[in-house]
Design a protein around this ligand. Structure first.
Ligand SMILES: CC(C)(COP(=O)(O)OP(=O)(O)OC[C@H]1O[C@@H](n2cnc3c(N)ncnc32)[C@H](O)[C@@H]1OP(=O)(O)O)[C@@H](O)C(=O)NCCC(=O)NCCS
Length: 188
């Protein structure tokens, strides 16, 4: 199923969930262009085993894949990650469309909170999209590189209380080893 909210040079802008391997390859191509090509991210950091369990959303202008985001699912939140729009297609709020698709998806799956880990330089972008810091800037200790940000899935409802924000921050999420298991896990 795809959704359309606008058009660019008379071409429809749509979003679609990756259902087939070819769709996933389109998402990976967009991410490779943005993160590896444009932002100098190493390949080993950009792609990981979570790609096989995440839901990938792709934005198209006409038939051209131009943006993507992946969502990972946790008990108390849904986590959009790897949001990217090909440089020449920016300025049309395609990122916002992708995030709205994530929100609707989370709503449909009964999640009530969205959570992202933003780089400090991107915090303003997320704030513009209605996200807020999970821990206030003043309360954040040290010079942590990652900023945890949240948004209610239902904008008419307040954010669920997070009694121990640090409990949901995944800053120390274990890295996967070459077999796809968290590092340190006994394998057979
Ligand atoms: C972040 C990104 C997905 C937004 O793409 P987009 O939907 O095409 O966004 P737009 O270009 O339409 O910009 C929407 C608004 O956000 C602003 N914006 C974009 N990136 C921003 C940033 N890092 N910090 C602050 N504002 C930002 C734009 O200036 C624009 O503001 P305006 O509406 O007042 O003009 C895109 O810039 C991108 O792919 N960046 C590289 C990948 C990346 O850094 N991803 C991390 C996620 S933030």
């Amino acid at each position: 199923m795809s959704t359309m909210t606008q058009s660019i040079t008379d071409e429809a802008v749509t979003t679609r969930l990756a259902m087939r391997m070819e769709d996933s390859l389109q998402a990976f191509a967009v991410r490779a262009a943005c993160f590896i090509g444009e932002l100098d991210m190493p390949y080993s950091e950009e792609f990981d085993g979570h790609d096989f369990s995440a839901t990938h959303v792709i934005a198209y202008v006409g038939d051209e894949p131009v943006g993507t985001v992946r969502v990972r699912w946790f008990q108390s939140f849904a986590m959009p990650e790897r949001l990217a729009v090909i440089q020449r297609f920016r300025g049309h709020n395609i990122g916002q469309m992708l995030l709205e698709r994530c929100r609707k998806l989370a709503e449909g799956r009964g999640s009530n909170m969205l959570y992202v880990q933003a780089l400090p330089g991107d915090v303003k972008y997320w704030e513009k999209q209605g996200w807020r810091r999970l821990v206030s800037e003043e309360a954040s200790s040290g010079a942590k590189r990652i900023v945890a940000m949240v948004k209610a899935v239902d904008p008419s409802k307040p954010l669920p209380d997070v009694e121990a924000p640090e409990a949901i921050v995944l800053g120390h999420e274990s890295q996967l080893d070459a077999t796809g298991l968290p590092r340190g896990t006994a394998s057979n």
